[in-house]
Design a protein around this ligand. Structure first.
Ligand code: HEM
Ligand code: HEM
Length: 130
């Protein structure tokens, strides 16, 4: 049951994050792009954290080992990098070196999305969907 919640929440998170990053990459001409980017990505990270908690709880209740395979490790990396990216997104308005913070934000955002999609594919392979 917990792993079904993990699956559903992670698919929802991936959809949010692809949309949020997509807005920053392809819809920058819209006046409200930043508002959309901020809201959709913040929602994506929160849903992703909830989904990761479900996987963690599944491991606890099944007495397995945490972060035992490639999917689990790539997933953990993706989640951590998303949190860092989110932090950088907000911090980039206050930082003295805005240009460097924004460049790091752009790259950590792109890399974390690639890691997230990789984790999704590996997760679906684990249950035999792919
Ligand atoms: C898209 C992003 C996804 C991320 C970031 C992600 C992340 C994680 C993480 C961090 C764990 C490790 C939990 C732990 O060891 O304590 C995990 C476990 C797991 N995930 Fe995912 N996951 C994703 C998608 C999926 C999908 C689509 C499935 C398919 C059902 C899936 C199935 C599993 C399974 C079976 C486990 C192992 C749970 C266990 O050993 O009891 N994941 N995932
Ligand atoms: C985890 C969530 C987030 C991810 C994955 C993410 C990802 C990205 C990516 C990939 C870009 C670059 C798009 C491109 O030009 O190719 C970008 C740009 C940007 N993001 Fe985010 N973002 C996130 C959250 C946020 C938040 C919460 C804010 C604001 C509070 C924000 C503010 C910005 C700004 C200002 C830019 C433009 C940077 C520039 O071009 O100088 N982001 N984001």
């Amino acid at each position: 049951m917990l792993i079904v919640l993990h699956l559903v929440l992670m698919i929802a998170a991936v959809i949010c994050l692809i949309t949020g990053v997509g807005v920053a990459m392809f819809a920058r001409k819209r006046k409200n792009w930043l508002k959309l980017h901020k809201a959709i990505n913040t929602a994506g990270v929160i849903i992703g954290l909830a989904g990761a908690a479900m996987a963690f709880a599944n491991v606890v209740t099944s007495a397995g080992n945490h972060f035992s395979g490639l999917h689990q490790r790539v997933g953990l990396f993706a989640i951590l990098l998303f949190c860092f990216t989110l932090y950088l997104g907000f911090y980039s308005f206050k930082a003295a070196n805005k240009i460097a913070v924004r460049a790091t934000h752009r790259w950590s955002g792109r890399i974390s999305l690639i890691a997230m999609i990789t984790a999704l594919i590996l997760g679906l392979m684990m249950i035999g969907v792919l």
